[in-house]
Write a protein of this length. Structure first.
Length: 140
């Protein structure tokens, strides 16, 4: 098994380690909006797929809908991702791996019959919640 590369010692690495991986402000805001619309969901729910197991940020198990709230830096937002200056190239590789993994997870979930929503942290949570609500209630 190949070990992942270690990040270069820098202020960027220290800052990145302090970022939360769950219950982030955008995720909590989206969950509040979904709850206000009367939607009940699971948080931290593990979906086992043939290729891998995934934990979306919000899961609607009965309707097979998985919602991910992606941070602009960590997932390489085309509008807001600004790479730290890093001569080793670690952060470019890290973001590239994250984006590739996101595509693989989306494909695996869709193959298994799930609907996948990806919400960027900069998006308006009201609009995202409305789109999710519409998808969940359109074919009841």
């Amino acid at each position: 098994m190949r070990l992942p590369p270690t990040p270069p010692p820098s202020s960027a690495s220290r800052a990145m380690k302090s970022n939360r991986s769950s219950d982030t402000k955008p995720e909590l805001a989206l969950r509040r909006q979904l709850f206000r619309r009367g939607l009940r969901y699971r948080v931290g729910y593990r979906i086992s797929l043939p290729e891998r197991a995934v934990r979306p940020d919000v899961v609607f198990t009965r309707r097979k809908v998985a919602v991910f709230v992606d941070g602009c830096f960590w997932h390489g937002c085309p509008l807001h991702c600004r790479m730290p200056s890093d001569p080793s190239g670690y952060w470019h590789q890290k973001i590239h791996r994250n984006r590739r993994r996101d595509l693989e997870v989306d494909g695996a979930l869709r193959t298994a019959g799930w609907t996948v929503f990806r919400v960027w942290e900069h998006e308006a949570v009201e609009q995202a919640a409305e789109a999710i609500h519409a998808a969940l209630t359109q074919s009841r």
